[in-house]
Design a protein around this ligand. Structure first.
Ligand code: PLP
Length: 286
């Protein structure tokens, strides 16, 4: 059983131990590209339609040539098939501008195992620190070249924030804007519960529109929850009845500790976990 799968956009399954990128690929030297992370379950890429929508929107924001959905779908299906259906997988779709010297974009799909950190976060929840992101919620509107809202390959800041949190004994991060509003995690969307209402910050506030949160809201609305996009402050997290970091592979990680403060158990915890499970299996399937 392969522990890593690589499929290029021509649909070819490649040997992961063979070189693929040139040293001047703009993904490598500039982080100039976009990507998606998907969960593979039962031999199928979850929420594929939502991820391809976002990949296309990100590519458009970077003015990258778009290879078309058909090629992506074929490569994703080949990679998921190659991974098999007996365990979950962590799939990445990567599209870079290609070589600095010119030529076609670079595009490929990989699948690897879902790590222990993810399983622990799903099971036990996470401790989180709030960290300043260093920009206003208006960034996307006032400086579109900052590419807020596009899922670019430039994740060095996000990874540095996670290391900073880990050095302080926390598992994860919730970023705040220069106005002190809640933005998102470095790799997840923030969702809170207030009774039977789920709330997340509006994507227009210079954050990535989460596919898992979107799918969760779609399911939650059929289960008697009201779902809202509204500005949040860290104090809203503290007085809420549940805070989660929601994302494609980790799914729902309940925040049990925020800036060292233990949050009470959430009455919505079981509902949110099961609604996210339903969401990733039923939403965005074409
Ligand atoms: N926000 C950021 C910055 C992310 O990197 C991610 C996921 O990678 C998300 C939010 C959640 O998005 P999704 O639910 O589509 O995985």
């Amino acid at each position: 059983m392969a522990d890593q799968v690589l499929v290029t956009l021509d649909g070819q399954v490649r040997d992961v131990d063979e070189p693929l990128l040139h040293v001047d690929d703009l993904a490598v030297v500039r982080g100039d590209g976009v990507f998606e992370t998907l969960l593979v379950r039962d031999g199928r890429a979850c929420k594929l339609v939502l991820h391809l929508d976002r990949l296309e929107a990100s590519a458009s924001a970077l003015e990258l040539p778009w290879p078309g959905r058909g090629l992506w779908t074929r490569a994703v299906e080949a990679a998921a098939r190659e991974w098999g259906n007996d365990r979950e997988g962590w799939m990445r779709l990567v599209l870079s501008r290609g070589r600095e010297a010119g030529g076609p974009p670079t595009a490929f799909v990989t699948v690897g195992p879902v790590g222990e950190r993810v399983l622990r976060a799903r099971r036990d929840g996470v401790s989180v620190v709030t960290l300043a992101r260093g920009f206003s919620v208006d960034l996307a509107a006032t400086a579109p070249w900052q590419l807020a809202g596009a899922k670019t390959l430039s994740y060095a800041t996000n990874m540095a924030a996670l290391r900073h949190a880990q050095a302080r004994g926390a598992d994860d991060v919730i970023f705040t804007s220069s106005e002190g509003r809640v933005l998102e995690g470095p790799r997840a969307t923030v969702v809170i519960a207030r009774g039977k209402t789920l709330i997340t910050p509006p994507p227009e506030q210079s954050i990535l529109a989460g596919t898992t949160q979107k799918a969760l809201f779609e399911v939650a609305e059929t289960k008697g929850y009201q779902c809202e996009y509204a500005p949040l402050f860290p104090s809203d997290l503290i007085v809420s009845e549940g805070v989660w970091l929601i994302s494609s592979v980790t799914l729902a990680a309940r925040v049990h500790t925020l800036d060292g403060l233990a949050l009470p158990p959430s009455p919505a915890a079981e509902d949110v976990a099961s609604m996210v499970e339903t969401a990733v299996e039923t939403v965005g399937v074409d």
